[in-house]
Design a protein around this ligand. Structure first.
Ligand code: CMC
Length: 431
């Protein structure tokens, strides 16, 4: 295979090196393009652009493969836990026992937020979306960490990263309780990561929430499955902000904002809203699918939870969640008619040329909302759960950016299509 590509322009030939990834995927290195030709590349929405070289996550979207640090997602889902997978993603290897203990101890050490942070929660209206509160509060939390303003130091970073993973869960639970007018519940040292989150969400000051093992297992799995997903919109946002040398908390707060949108993490909430709408109109899904195919309606309805920029086959996370969703519903004795509608929609869509030709398959969000609904997570917390899960991925990507010795600030260019030179007109002679 060729290790350079030739580009001919204006009678000159430019040789572009071909970069090959460890899984054989190839990229044209165009870093010299503008210097040598005066041209830039144009790739709106970055479908063909590799913005970095990364060693964290590998996806083969055609084959439906997802691996964290080389380990298939199916193996992690079966044998690992969210905390162990978080360590793997951030530090590049599974933790030895002593490393795992240290990591867990740091998560426990930092689980309680500064008492003054509570005043910040007071300022939000009760109608505030928990994602808005979460993003604001992650930023606010940075004000309580003086080390964040110092130069990057890998030893201090270990503590800062653990603090973010630990506190995002506390902030998320407080955000939920605030937006529902409930008193906040402190974390308990005796609980592990996911247990503690459920406790802070659902216990009351006078009674501890009894955690069903099936609920705990399902939520831990959801966190794990969301732990990283290479250069998606929010992770790219985190890397972009990190490249300016902003601190980890500020970069993660920006990631939360990017994740919130319905085309990204907000899709898990949008799926349930879509399924409810289908149910309320007495449709079995077929009328809705026709509307989607006609690209009808004010917002050109989409089948939420379907399609992906990278996966052109079944999202492996969706496959795992779908199987677990059935198990959890059975263990909890829940029958949710929305699950029947979802399955019917999937079955119909996967036989329909519109979806087949465009290679639109269920993504992680199609079934994750259903499982969250079954275990009692409120609808407006679905995307927050995604954000908690994604934190290790954002931290690992942040670390890659900051530790890259040749790293430069991210700064795309544009093709200007506005007016040519135009002069200022004094206000009295403007028509
Ligand atoms: N329903 C109906 N049509 C769709 C859908 C969908 N869910 N997704 C894509 N299409 C159509 C799209 O209209 C286009 O049609 P045409 O060729 O006629 O113009 C074609 O498929 C190609 O789509 P695209 O716009 O090039 O896809 P994209 O890579 O820009 O967008 C996506 C990817 C995930 C934003 C999109 O598939 C989508 O909006 N899906 C629904 C929202 C969703 O489930 N998002 C969660 C993504 S996975 C988790 C995450 O990232 O957070």
């Amino acid at each position: 295979m060729s290790d350079t590509a030739k580009l001919e322009l204006d009678g000159r030939t430019l040789e572009l090196p071909v970069i090959v990834g460890t899984e054989g995927e190839r990229a044209l290195d165009i870093r010299e393009l503008r210097n040598q030709t005066g041209c830039i590349s144009y790739d709106e929405s970055y479908g063909n652009t590799g913005s970095c070289q990364s060693a964290i996550t590998f996806i083969d979207g055609d084959k439906g493969i997802l691996r964290f640090r080389g380990i298939p997602i199916e193996e992690l889902a079966e044998y690992s836990s969210f905390v162990e997978t978080a360590y793997l993603i951030i530090y590049g290897h599974l933790p030895a026992q002593v490393q795992r203990q240290r990591f867990s101890a740091l998560l426990t050490e930092y689980q309680t937020i500064h008492e003054d942070m509570k005043f910040h929660f007071e300022g939000f209206p009760s109608s505030a979306h928990p994602m808005a509160i979460l993003s604001a509060m992650i930023n606010a939390a940075s004000c309580f960490i003086p080390e964040l303003t110092r130069n990057y130091d890998p030893v201090a970073f270990e503590r800062i990263a653990a603090r973010l993973i630990s506190q995002v869960r506390t902030l998320a639970a407080y955000a939920y309780r605030k937006s529902h007018g409930l008193p906040s519940i402190y974390p308990k040292r005796k609980y592990a990561y996911t247990q503690n989150f459920l406790h802070m969400m659902f216990s009351s000051p006078d009674e501890d929430y009894e955690i069903h093992p099936a609920v705990l297992k399902a939520l831990d799995l959801i966190f794990l499955l969301h732990a990283d997903h290479e250069q998606n919109c929010s992770t790219s946002t985190v890397r972009m902000v990190a490249s300016s040398r902003a601190n980890l908390f500020a970069s993660a707060a920006a990631g939360v904002c990017a994740l919130w949108g319905p085309l990204h993490g907000g899709a898990n909430q949008a799926v349930i809203e879509m399924l409810k709408e289908i149910q309320e109109t007495g449709d079995d899904g077929s009328r809705f699918l026709e509307k989607v195919k006609r690209k009808d309606g004010e917002h050109r309805a989409k089948l939420m939870g379907f399609g992906h920029r990278v996966y052109k086959s079944y999202d492996p996370r969706a496959r795992i969640i779908k199987a677990r969703c059935d198990e959890v519903l059975e263990q909890l004795g829940v029958h949710d008619p929305l699950v029947d509608i979802a399955k019917k929609l999937e079955e119909t869509a996967l036989r329909d040329p519109y979806f087949l030709e465009r290679k639109l398959y269920p993504n992680v969000d199609f079934y994750s909302g259903l499982i969250m609904q079954a275990i009692g997570i409120p609808l407006d917390m679905f995307t927050v759960i995604f954000a908690i899960g994604r934190m290790p991925g954002w931290i690992a990507n942040y670390k890659e950016v900051i530790e890259d010795p040749g790293g430069r600030i991210y700064r795309p260019r544009q093709i200007y299509q506005g007016r040519a030179l135009n002069h200022y007109t004094p206000s009295d002679i403007r028509c």
